[in-house]
Design a binder for this molecule. Structure first.
Ligand SMILES: *Cc1c(COP(=O)(O)O)cnc(C)c1O
Length: 367
């Protein structure tokens, strides 16, 4: 089988999505399934829709278009502010976009008029993480302007935390978003159908039993794909954390000293190595590298360790596992490794409905 490859268990992804849809549903919160880490994979989209997500969200118009071309009719949201250079494509393929700039909304309005259709807008509010969003004090003014644009429908408001700075969604900032929704509705006599509280980082708050107020939507990617919440990278109860694995092939396996010799400078990536091992180790090289994944976002089999990587080589200490050239080794991925692997043309994607791997130490190695 071709290596390296991602093995993607669609049944586990569907289970994760359905579990979150059900748990959040009982709290009055719908799920937008975020596909940006999957390059708009039609199989993963189908699993999310099967699980009952309300709609799909992606940050790249290319992925939105790919999903549309696969004849998916579900509601699609562009979850990054549209580029001015892409407004026509956004209006043509996304039902809704997340916005924070009036210049963009104005151009979406022109594009929508030209195309003789309407486009939905969710206004993003800055609540402390310092990524996208309108400062709360400017929201009323922005809503007033947005409501004036022809062919633009104000669908709601939203926020995004726990991304750039790691600010946690909590009762305080979520209550602030709820209060803003109430105040906009009172001031303008409109109804905001979407109050989108955030991403996988909101799950702890949303499932804690805290008052969810007006928040009725979350946009979830990582939690569905990896079964983890991103604030503390803890597994979520009842979710699979091994729905996606990376399989790489061994191209060298030798007993070598753990310490390099010769005069030491920087390596190819400008890093200085901090080596703690002593003596000889079973050094194994896998044919995968920085070009394909974030090597430090990989979790190797128990008893083995990642020692370093270059563009095309991943170097591991195989510990007491017996590894030969041609063997395959599987790795768990974090979000950063997953995004890179999914978008690498060098990594094959194998969609499986059921996984046959047995998860014992060293059984990660297939001889
Ligand atoms: C990526 C992203 C999400 C999904 O984040 P996860 O942590 O993968 O759940 C939600 N909203 C926005 C605006 C995003 O950019």
């Amino acid at each position: 089988m071709s290596a390296p490859r991602l093995e993607i268990d669609l049944g586990k992804i569907e289970h994760n999505a359905r579990t979150l849809v059900d748990r959040l549903g009982s709290r009055g919160i719908s799920v937008t399934g975020v596909t940006k880490a999957t390059l708009g994979s039609p199989e993963i989209v189908a699993a999310l829709l099967q699980a009952g997500v309300l709609g799909l969200g992606d940050s790249r118009i290319e992925n939105v278009e790919a999903i549309r071309h696969a004849h998916v009719s579900a509601s699609m949201t562009l979850i990054r502010s549209p580029m001015l250079s892409q407004v026509d494509r956004v209006v043509a393929h996304a039902d809704v976009s997340l916005n924070s700039e009036l210049d963009v909304i104005s151009r979406l309005s022109s594009a929508a008029q030209k195309a003789k259709q309407t486009h939905g807008v969710v206004l993003m509010v800055e609540l402390g993480d310092l990524r996208e969003g309108i400062m709360p004090g400017d929201l009323e003014k922005t809503v007033r302007e947005t409501l004036r644009f022809p062919n633009i429908v104000l669908k709601g408001i939203g926020t995004n935390l726990a991304c750039r700075s790691g600010v946690s969604p909590d009762e305080k900032n979520m209550a602030e978003l709820s209060a803003l929704a109430d105040s906009i509705e009172t001031t303008f006599g409109t109804t905001l159908s979407i109050v989108s509280g955030g991403n996988s980082g909101n799950l702890r708050w949303a499932l804690s039993g805290a008052d969810t107020g007006r928040i009725n939507n979350l946009r979830l990617g990582e939690a569905i794909l990896l079964g983890c919440e991103p604030l503390h990278r803890q597994p979520i109860d009842g979710l699979h954390t091994d729905a996606i694995t990376l399989i790489a092939e061994v191209i060298e396996s030798k007993v070598k000293p753990s310490q390099p010799w010769g005069e030491m400078a920087q390596n190819a990536f400008g890093e200085k190595l901090a080596l703690t091992h002593q003596g000889n180790i079973s050094q194994t090289i896998l044919a995968v590298g920085h070009q394909d994944v974030d090597p430090w976002g990989l979790q190797p089999p128990p008893g083995t360790e990642i020692l370093g990587a270059s563009s095309d080589h991943l170097i591991t200490d195989a510990g007491s596992c017996k590894v030969s050239v041609g063997d395959e080794i599987s790795f768990q991925l974090n979000y950063s490794a997953l995004v890179r692997a999914m978008t690498s043309p060098f990594i094959a994607k194998l969609m499986k409905v059921q996984r046959s791997h047995i998860s014992l130490p060293c059984s990660y190695v297939t001889h």
